[in-house]
Design a protein around this ligand. Structure first.
Ligand SMILES: CN(C)c1nc(=O)c2c([nH]1)N([C@@H]1O[C@H](COP(=O)(O)OP(=O)(O)O)[C@@H](O)[C@H]1O)CN2C
Length: 183
């Protein structure tokens, strides 16, 4: 038999088509809830480093849409790692796979309940990887998720993960978004 995961997960793909509305560019690829089906999917799809700029992968718990408006995301935010252009070649795919394994393996312990999903965004200006959490009022648990994420990614001390509330990202003026916490 296949090895069941604690949660069922949905993989989404975003391809930036400026002719369409943002939400129309977001497509559900497939759902899975076993280890074997995760690897079959992972080995079947393009690596993030091979995607065109403007594309995203989202892996979210079944029932949560990878958008701010979903009730599970509304009062939440994201721990985000901004990568340099140079990191796409050697680090992007490793970082994203580690995030995927943290998610499906419930790597955040009892705080995994606050985790909604993960996002990798391929951009000319530098790729981004994020863990989206639910209500950030659960400060203790959210901080723990950031710390575990940094440890699991084996990031050097100088690398910084910043936490941004979606309400701040949505209302950002210009390119800078308020960072609530950093680890
Ligand atoms: C329901 N709805 C419309 C809606 N709901 C959403 O949840 C949502 C959006 N819109 N997003 C739109 O994409 C732009 C780029 O964000 P980006 O994260 O790709 O970042 P870049 O500027 O492309 O690096 C955002 O500025 C926003 O316009 C982003 N987003 C998450």
């Amino acid at each position: 038999i296949k090895h069941p995961l604690q949660n069922k997960w949905a993989l989404w793909f975003f391809k930036n088509d400026r002719q369409k509305k943002w939400e129309d560019n977001l497509r559900l690829v497939t759902k899975f809830d076993t280890v074997e089906d995760f690897w079959a999917l992972y080995n079947h799809i393009q690596l993030s480093s091979k995607l065109q700029s403007g594309c995203d992968y989202n892996l979210f718990k079944d029932g949560i849409q990878p958008m701010w408006e979903d009730k599970a995301n509304k009062k939440g935010g994201k721990w985000m790692l901004q990568m340099s252009k140079q990191q796409r070649v050697n680090e992007l795919d490793k970082v994203w796979l580690e995030i995927l394994l943290c998610l499906i393996g419930e790597g955040f312990g009892e705080d995994s309940d606050y985790v909604n999903g993960g996002v990798v965004q391929v951009r000319h200006k530098g790729d981004k990887v994020a863990i989206w959490t639910s209500d950030y009022k659960h400060r203790e648990g959210i901080m723990n998720i950031g710390q575990i994420c940094k440890t699991r990614l084996g990031l050097p001390k100088k690398a910084v993960l910043g936490f941004q509330a979606h309400e701040d990202t949505m209302s950002k003026s210009g390119s800078t978004v308020k960072t609530l916490w950093s680890v």
